[in-house]
Write a protein that binds this ligand. Structure first.
Ligand SMILES: Nc1nc2c(ncn2[C@@H]2O[C@H](COP(=O)(O)OP(=O)(O)OP(=O)(O)O)[C@@H](O)[C@H]2O)c(=O)[nH]1
Ligand SMILES: [Mg+2]
Length: 445
């Protein structure tokens, strides 16, 4: 009998040990994400200060060329000065080139700030010298240190003038391709929620507070464990890619939560000029107390995924003491489409950046498959990659006009073009019959 009991308890012990080992293994695999929030320049530092006050969990650094500005940082934010040899610690005075040079001079030290982190969130208010100039160097450093990067950028108020706006747009063009994802917040949008007569300092502070609330849920999701946990692998899946427009927002409501109201708020952040439409990857995390209902989870999930049924959706649930009788949705969507701006406004920096990235592609095109009556043996070789100069801009412009010309004129123009082409062709090493076929295909003859 005693022998039997001993055997049973050993078996139980073994089972408990096995379970413990499995738990430890899964916890290790599902490790939380190491996040560092880096504010760049005066505005970036102030925003990070505000986030640190609200969030408190992540790791916060504010980097600047201005010694004076660093003195106002809260204790929870680590100050970091760079480029003193160029700026004497006095800031960059709206000189973005100086901001960039200062950051390049201190790049090795800046890189150390990003090393060992999983995600670096770069925050800058564009329109000055330091934030606009140094952000691209910080993004480069983080990339080299193999961190995932998310940029949060504010654009100047329109009353601050054209010069600041231009500085901001130029900076964005440069930074966007260096980041995994980015968020753009025009400061101006704060007037959707506050009075236009609000003093400037209070208006900045209102943007910063809103932004901190927006980020709170995201940082919590990344750095706190949950019942259904969002781990680093999820964050990686979400952020991977280059220069993708992101939407993040978190909203909490007290009491008997009206799920639809909460959803409406989380999907309509007044700070943004865009929503989650078009996003192809989404992550949301629900935080509440243990009374959270399955129906709530299902409704929220259905609503969010209805924006794009093909989107990849990651979700998590966590319980926190301070969310008693409260529910918060933290939403993060990637690959959003920026809305068209007003006609009299400047073209969107996002589109400018995309254009720039696109134009950087090497002008190498694969020769299209050729359909001719020639015997096949001529085309049995592997397709050869040839450098074909893009069509001259003049020729492109002619196209719509051509449609309006008479048939005779069109024929004449075609003959002339053919002659020109044959002339140019002598310089290229592509046989004429191939080029003609290609032209015909392109022009729909
Ligand atoms: N949202 C927000 N925007 C700010 C804040 N402070 C400044 N800005 C905006 O940021 C732009 C750039 O200002 P700063 O961040 O002070 O400039 P900087 O990057 O420090 O550059 P320099 O001072 O020229 O070296 C301004 O035009 C404002 O629009 C802030 O606390 N919050
Ligand atoms: Mg400054």
């Amino acid at each position: 009998m005693a022998k039997k009991r001993k055997k049973g308890s050993t078996r139980l012990k073994k089972r408990v040990q096995k379970r413990k080992a499995r738990n430890a293994e899964s916890l290790e695999g599902a490790r939380k994400t190491k996040v560092r929030v880096i504010g760049i320049g005066g505005g970036g530092g102030s925003i990070v200060g505000e986030i640190a006050r609200t969030v408190g969990k992540a790791d916060f650094v504010a980097i600047n060329t201005d010694l004076q500005a660093q003195k106002t940082l809260p204790r929870s934010v680590k100050g970091f000065i760079f480029g003193q040899e160029l700026t004497r610690g006095l800031g960059c005075g709206m000189d973005a080139l100086l901001g960039e040079a200062a950051a390049r001079a201190g790049k090795d030290r800046i890189k150390k700030l990003t090393e060992g982190q999983d995600v670096c969130i770069l925050v800058a208010s564009l329109g000055g010298g330091t934030g606009s100039g140094a952000s691209s160097v910080v993004a480069e450093a983080a990339r080299e240190a193999k961190c995932l990067t998310l940029g949060i950028f504010t654009l100047p108020f329109s009353f601050e003038g054209q010069k600041r706006r231009e500085l901001a747009d130029t900076a964005l063009e440069k930074i966007i391709p260096l980041l995994n994802a980015y968020v753009i917040i025009p400061n101006e949008n704060i007037f959707k929620v506050i009075d236009a007569k609000t003093p400037l300092k209070a208006a900045f502070s209102a943007v910063n507070k809103r932004l901190a609330e927006t980020l709170e849920g995201f940082i919590d999701t990344l750095s706190l464990p949950g019942l259904i946990n969002i781990d680093f692998a999820d964050v990686k899946t979400l952020l991977e890619g280059r220069g993708r427009l992101a939407y993040l927002n978190s909203v909490a409501m007290q009491g008997d939560t009206k799920t639809q109201l909460l959803l409406k708020e989380v999907l309509n952040n007044p700070l943004y000029d865009y929503g989650i439409a078009g996003a192809d990857r989404m992550m949301f995390n629900l935080t509440g107390d243990k009374a959270m209902k399955m129906q709530e989870v299902a409704d929220i999930s259905k609503s969010i995924s209805s924006f794009n049924t093909k989107a990849r959706i990651i979700f998590g649930i966590s319980f926190q003491q301070k969310f008693r009788n409260k529910l918060r949705i933290a939403l993060f969507a990637m690959g959003c489409k920026e809305k068209e701006r007003g006609r009299d406004e400047k073209p969107s920096p996002v589109k400018l950046a995309r254009k720039k990235t696109a134009s950087k592609k090497p002008m190498v095109r694969l020769r299209p498959p050729v359909q001719t009556d020639e015997p096949q043996k001529k085309t049995t070789k592997k397709p050869v990659v040839k450098k074909i100069p893009p069509p001259a801009p003049k020729e492109q412009k002619k196209d719509p006009e051509r449609q309006r010309r008479s048939a005779v004129e069109v024929k004449k123009a075609q003959d002339q073009e053919l002659k020109d082409l044959e002339k140019r062709e002598r310089q290229w090493d592509i046989p004429a019959f191939l080029r003609n076929t290609r032209r015909e295909e392109q022009e729909g003859f």
